[in-house]
Design a binder for this molecule. Structure first.
Ligand code: ZN
Length: 221
């Protein structure tokens, strides 16, 4: 009989079996949990678990507690849906912010990105994603109704749409613009153009085209 384990696929199977064999079930369980994280394969998971194993027990305990406490105690701001330790986030609670402008973003990381620019002093509204029929995400899955409610009830002068420059982002922009059409509020989108430090010849046609259409007056002296 022909040896069923003579081929390349069988060698690969052997290697995978070797990788999956752990001397401890506790180790294996920890690797399984780490490998559930996005972008973490079993090999990296094992490396991270072994790193934790070499740390002081108190350090590992504080690592585990930080994650568990964050999951159990973190709040989402009732107004803008940003992450917060209280019912209202520090941005919404800050009386120095311009409460007449709302910047609409996809997620919490985008709030941090805009905040890091130190160029914006208004409020935010975190949608929790963008409309994406391919992924089964419709307007009802996002915080769009609560945005309309804020525009309706609060004294909002301008809504800035700061979503991704993708088909899904554009669809969401369009949907929001239709929902806000009945209200007396200025609607704007963030400028899209050539990144600082980039040479023109390397820009794609869509970006370059938009940069020319959305050109701004030259203020340099
Ligand atoms: Zn807030």
């Amino acid at each position: 009989m022909r040896n069923p384990c003579a081929g390349w696929s069988c060698r690969r199977l052997k290697i995978e079996t070797m990788v999956q064999k752990y001397p401890s079930q506790l180790l294996e369980k920890a690797v399984q949990e780490f490998s559930k994280l996005p972008g973490i394969g079993r090999r990296t998971a094992l490396r991270l678990v072994l790193y934790q194993l070499r740390q002081d027990a108190e350090d590992v305990q504080s690592f585990v507690e930080a994650i568990a406490r964050m999951r159990q105690e973190v709040h989402y701001c009732q107004r803008c849906h940003n992450i917060s330790d209280a019912d209202i986030c520090p941005i919404c609670a800050d009386s120095r912010r311009d409460t007449s402008i709302i910047c609409v973003v996809e997620n919490i990381q985008d709030v941090m990105a805009v905040e890091n620019t130190q160029q914006y002093t208004g409020l935010y509204h975190v949608l929790g994603g963008v409309i994406s029929p391919m992924d089964g995400i419709g307007p009802a899955d996002l915080e769009i109704d609560s945005l309309v409610k804020r525009v309706e009830e609060d004294d909002i002068r301008e809504v800035i749409l700061a979503l991704s420059s993708t088909m899904e982002g554009d669809t969401t922009n369009f949907y929001i613009s239709r929902k806000l059409a009945p209200y007396d509020v200025k609607l704007s989108v963030i400028a899209r153009g050539i990144p600082v430090g980039d040479e023109l010849e390397y820009a794609d046609e869509v970006t370059l085209g938009r940069s020319i259409i959305n050109r701004t007056p030259f203020e340099g002296k």
